[in-house]
Design a protein around this ligand. Structure first.
Ligand SMILES: [Zn+2]
Length: 340
């Protein structure tokens, strides 16, 4: 993956390449993004740039043997860590680690590096479970960082969603992330920096990414857009029973999709809020959303927003903690209704 293949974030790519050129790369970098913004391809492009012997004009050459191995994600010193869980695909292994699923991960990343957590879970076959980065994984990382690099150059550990790391796993990794062996680089990609264990977060150089214009890489409107716009419209019209009827659809989504719905609703509310405050140019509104966003921005009262953000976040946490979905969404509906 070359920088030029990564969509958007041009300024950031320049910053990263000049960091490499100046020999000032931090040993642990945390890219902060939202789903679909391209943190993963950017991380791979950075590692490839650092390893390419023929880099020029702020990008890797894309054709040398090193670049070739990065393009196929098979470079022996490029390691991926991501949340996993026990599934049919993990076979008889009791404690699967990322490497158990490496072929699936590579195939998905090459096909569409802007995938969401939900898409990954579907590929791994763990739709109804939460993936996690376990102690077994942390041990695996430590043994990799203790080995000499295969090709005599740098070693890269790309950790996708460090917020899924257990406390125990984080404790094991702390020292290595703080003082890695020379030539070892950690690149973390998070969607929720506030949920990354603080001791890990504080040891990384945080880099904020920007959204790709439109909505995600493909510019398609989210499947949750009709649900949330109807919910907010019903809420404005004080139609509580219509809102409660909508709960049925939400309850049937399944846990991972319910969380995705909550996350999308929060970002949708942010777009409405920005539009209300005349900041539409940084709200990255999809053309299909645009009319609804504008009319909701005109109609929703200012105090509603902060309350609604909290209610959706509370619902997401409820789903994550296995609270009964009917209760979560009934509660959410009532809270939204009284907040308007
Ligand atoms: Zn190259």
């Amino acid at each position: 993956m070359q920088f030029k293949e990564v969509i958007g974030n041009g300024g950031l790519k320049k910053k990263l390449s000049s960091m490499v050129d100046g020999g000032r790369v931090a040993h642990a970098i945390m890219l902060i993004e939202e789903e679909g913004w391209g943190g993963l391809p950017l991380a791979v492009a950075l590692a490839q740039y650092m390893s390419c012997p023929n880099k020029a004009d702020g990008d890797s050459c894309g054709t040398c043997p090193e670049c070739n191995k990065f393009q196929k994600l098979i470079h022996p010193d490029l390691h991926f860590v991501f949340p996993v869980n026990v599934t049919a695909k993990s076979g008889s292994e009791k404690k699967p680690v990322s490497d158990t699923f490496l072929p699936v991960w590579r195939e998905l990343t090459i096909r569409n590096p802007y995938f969401t957590e939900e898409q990954l879970n579907r590929e791994l076959g763990i739709e109804d479970k939460v993936g996690n980065i376990s102690v077994a994984e942390a041990k695996e990382i430590l043994s990799k960082t203790n080995m000499r690099s295969y090709e005599g150059g740098n070693k890269y550990i790309i950790i996708w969603l460090p917020e899924r790391m257990s406390q125990e796993a984080a404790n094991k990794l702390l020292k290595m992330i703080e003082e890695p062996f020379s030539g070892t680089y950690f690149i973390l990609i998070t969607h929720s920096p506030e949920r990354v264990i603080n001791t890990i977060r504080s040891r990384c150089l945080s880099v904020q990414m920007l959204p790709i214009e439109g909505n995600g890489a493909n510019g398609e409107v989210s499947q949750y857009f009709p649900i949330i716009s109807e919910l907010l419209t019903n809420c404005l019209a004080k139609k509580l029973s219509a809102m409660l009827d909508q709960n049925e659809d939400l309850v049937n989504l399944g846990r991972e999709r319910q969380k995705e719905f909550c996350r999308y609703s929060t970002s949708f509310l942010r777009k409405i809020w920005l539009t209300k405050h005349g900041l539409e140019q940084i709200a990255f509104i999809n053309s299909e959303e645009s009319q609804t966003v504008r009319s909701l921005a005109a109609a929703l009262p200012e105090p509603f927003f902060e309350k609604a953000f909290n209610h959706f976040e509370g619902a997401r946490v409820g789903v994550e903690n296995n609270v009964n979905a009917k209760m979560v969404f009934c509660n959410l509906t009532n809270l939204l209704f009284v907040s308007i």
